[in-house]
Structure formats: C-alpha cells, structure tokens
Design a protein around this ligand. Structure first.
Ligand SMILES: [Ca+2]
Length: 271
C-alpha cells in the first residue's frame, strides 16, 4: 500500500537522538525519490561496543526500553473519527485558493496548557488529518502571527524543519542551515535563510545573532525545528531555529494529503 510517502516504515532505529527519527522524508522523495531508501537505511546502524555478558544483558534491556520509546517516535497515522471531529478555530484561504482550517492549542480547553515537543505536536495534529502549520506565504504567516500575538502565547511549534538527517546530503541542500529548511507539513521548501525576504527569521537570538544560528549545537542539540517566538528577544513575532526536544504550544493546519488519504478509504465520511 502506497501511503504517498507520508509514513516512515522503518523498524526501531534506536538512534540516540529522537530528532533524527520519524522524520518525514517526503520532502526528499518529492525532489529526488532515490534518496528515500538511503534516508531509511542510514539510520538503522546501531553498534554495541564489546562488553561482558552481564553488561550486554543490561544493555539489551536498556536497548529494549529505548526501542519501545523510539517506536513511539514515529509519524502518526490519521484516525478517521478524529479527523471528522477535529476542532477548527479558524479557516484561511491561501494564495492558491485552497481553504484550510486551523487549530490553536491554547484556544482549546483540554490543550490550553499543553506544551509538547516538535514531533508530538505534529502527531497530535496528524491524528486529526492536520499537521503542524506550514507557512508558505507571507499572508498566511501574518495570519498566524496575529493569532499568536492576540493569544499572548510566548512561542509555538510550526512544521518547519532543517534537513539534517540521512539523505540530506544533496548538493542543493548545502549548507543545511541555509538551503536545507522546508515545511514538513506540506513538503514546500523554505527559501535560503540568507535571503531575508524569503522568510521571517529573527535578526537576533540568545547570542544576538541572526536566525537560524544553531545556538544549541555546541551542547549537542542541533536546532533543526522552526518555532515562532513572540517577542522573546524584543524582536517581535519571529521565526527561530530551536532544538526539537523543547516543549511548546502548537498550531495545526489541515493536511490535504492526510484528508485525501482518509477520504479515499472512508467514502461518505465528512471531513
Ligand atoms: Ca500553510
């Protein structure tokens, strides 16, 4: 069954960083399909160092726990009932005339105080035939920024992602911090980060440097996810690269692909 490249099928990779697992490689497949298998295979290497049998058993137990945890770090499948009953706080018609509905986690009582990491944000959205928001046009960006400002929310997750995982070694994506950013929710590429008019990156951050600055890389945390921060550095409501394990409120946007996927298998279901 072809899921349109939406779902990672790989077995537990036990990668050390959850950021590198469960990445939607559709972005790569769309552009150059042959790379998708590399992206999958290159994450399956896990080498145990030589050790005593006892230590090995302990390591195996730890590995099993990690595998269980990691197995939960995949992209979620949509649930037809949740899709049909999804909460829609706003709708917005983009430049192509496509009407999407949006969900703002702080506007919904059960999720009002919920803060989750980047992948959890995506998966909560995805179970509802949505994905974390993708901001393909300046108008949509402004629409979301106004919601953030009005809600007095400090920051949110978008679906923005830096291509820094296996399969991202394509020449046109180099260097990743400049040419490797894309919207994982829609698959659309984000313009080069050095061209300040193709995005809404902040001119500053924790080190006073223009974003994306990959500030946490020195601590071993690649800042590979795109958050919108609300005047956090007296810089207005702006895009920042942030390590994906940080927890934040989130915005969901309809996913045409997930809606079409569920619709094709559930004729008659109102989505
Ligand atoms: Ca969008």
């Amino acid at each position: 069954m072809n899921l349109g490249g939406l779902i990672r099928e790989d077995a537990c990779a036990c990668a050390s960083s959850s950021e590198t697992t469960a990445v939607d490689t559709r972005f790569l497949r769309t552009n150059r399909r042959t790379l998708s298998s590399n992206a999958r295979n290159n994450q399956l290497h896990f080498k145990l160092p030589e050790m005593s049998r006892h230590a090995c058993l302990a390591a195996a137990a730890l590995l099993a726990v990690l595998c269980v945890a990691d197995a939960q770090r995949r992209l979620a499948l949509p649930d037809p009932r949740s899709c049909a009953n999804r909460v829609r706080h706003s709708t917005y018609r983009d430049g192509r005339g496509v009407l999407h509905s949006y969900f703002f986690s702080w506007e919904h009582a059960p999720t009002r105080s919920l803060e989750v990491d980047w992948l959890d944000a995506r998966n909560i959205c995805r179970r509802h035939c949505m994905d974390a928001v993708s901001l393909e046009t300046p108008q949509e960006n402004e629409f979301i920024k106004q919601k953030i400002a009005k809600g007095n929310v400090r920051y949110i997750w978008t679906s923005g992602r830096k291509c820094n995982f296996a399969g991202c070694d394509r020449p046109d994506l180099q260097p990743p911090n400049v040419n490797g950013w894309f919207w994982s929710g829609s698959g659309a590429k984000i313009g080069p980060t050095q061209q300040r008019n193709t995005g809404d990156w902040s001119y500053t951050g924790g080190y006073g440097q223009a974003q994306p600055d990959n500030r946490e890389a020195a601590q071993g945390n690649d800042e590979s996810c795109l958050a919108i921060l609300n005047n956090f550095y007296n810089d207005g409501v702006k895009w920042h690269d942030v390590a994906c394990h940080h927890v934040k409120p989130f915005v969901c946007e309809d996913s045409d692909e997930l809606i079409n996927f569920v619709r094709s298998r559930n004729p008659g279901l109102r989505l």
